[in-house]
Design a protein around this ligand. Structure first.
Ligand code: PLP
Length: 296
């Protein structure tokens, strides 16, 4: 469902160092990153007026750009400050922040050494990523025919626009067949992640999650692992093969947008939205608002 288009909204966006009217934040059609990929971005969530783990997101943005061969011309401190300024300007209490950096239009060809680097940060109110009713029951996934590439094929640790081309293909295909999202394997056929969230499985009350060696080691993933360990739930980072999914007691996804989302179905396998995902979902909700007690 498309709501108000993103280019046509009130407010302001931090655009190359200044607050600019939302509708005036446009790019030229000969922008390098539009043609050749290579934009880098973040998805951040605002809870009670603050971005959860802002510095980690800012650092990942800077690191993603470096992996793509360019430097964002602002320090982490400046980017954090700009992010907070946008949130205040937009008066966001609970919402989403999208910083994006890209190569400009000085060169139009594969090479782009002389391109200027741009940065914009937009923020808006944002509800749940998956619809709340589906989340309560567990969302439905289907296996994607698109595979996460090998680290020899792409800068797999960067959150870069080019890598999302296959995510959009997978998500469209899933939605056109009535599923909420696609589960992607990696180039070796191992379970990797969903199109915008990391993957977890519960077996015998213990948590198993794939080793993030060719996809994002999500900030939410790391947080949820920490929360599970605080509850003394063992967490195993290991190779997971699709044949193992049928024995899972629970499956859930984690991500800034998805938070902790139970999975109710993967193609013809069904799962219960169970107690481990519910507990970690509640712990995550407390943690993001600074209300989670530290381990004794
Ligand atoms: C492809 C992909 N994997 C994993 C994640 C989860 O990362 P994070 O928890 O840092 O949001 C995201 C979301 O950013 C994503 O787009």
């Amino acid at each position: 469902m498309a709501g108000q288009p993103y280019h046509d909204r009130d407010g302001s966006i931090w655009f190359n160092g200044q607050m600019v009217d939302w509708r005036a934040c446009n790019l030229h059609v000969l922008t390098h990153s539009l043609h050749y990929g290579g934009a880098v971005f973040e998805g951040e969530r605002v809870y009670g007026g603050n971005v959860f783990r802002l510095r980690e997101h800012t650092q990942r943005l800077i690191d993603s750009a470096k992996m793509l061969g360019y430097d964002i011309p602002y320090t982490a401190g400046q980017i954090d400050e700009a992010t907070n300024a946008v949130i205040r300007a937009q008066n966001i209490t609970d919402g989403y922040v999208r910083p994006v950096a890209w190569r400009g239009s000085e060169m139009m060809g594969v090479a782009a050494q002389k391109s200027t680097i741009h940065l914009a940060i937009a923020a808006w109110e944002w509800p749940s990523y998956f619809d709340p009713e589906a989340r309560a029951r567990g969302i439905r996934l289907t296996l994607s025919r698109w595979k996460r590439p090998s680290p020899e094929t792409a800068p797999v640790k960067a959150k870069t626009s080019g890598l999302y081309a296959i995510c959009t293909l997978g998500k469209h295909e899933a939605e056109s067949r009535g599923f909420h999202d696609a589960l992607m394997l990696d180039w070796r056929g191992r379970v990797a992640e969903a199109t915008g969230a990391n993957f977890f499985m519960v077996k015998n009350g213990e948590i198993h999650t794939p080793v993030p060696d060719c996809f994002l080691d999500g900030i939410t993933r790391r947080t949820v692992i920490e929360l599970a360990r605080r509850r003394n739930i063992p967490v195993h980072e290991r190779v997971i093969l699709p044949a193992e999914l049928k024995d899972a007691e629970e499956i859930f996804l984690t991500g800034t947008a998805a938070e902790v989302t139970a999975v109710g179905q993967i193609d013809d396998l069904t799962f219960k939205a169970g107690p481990v995902a519910a507990q970690l979902g509640a712990d995550y909700a407390a943690e993001v608002r600074g209300k989670m007690e530290k381990a004794a």
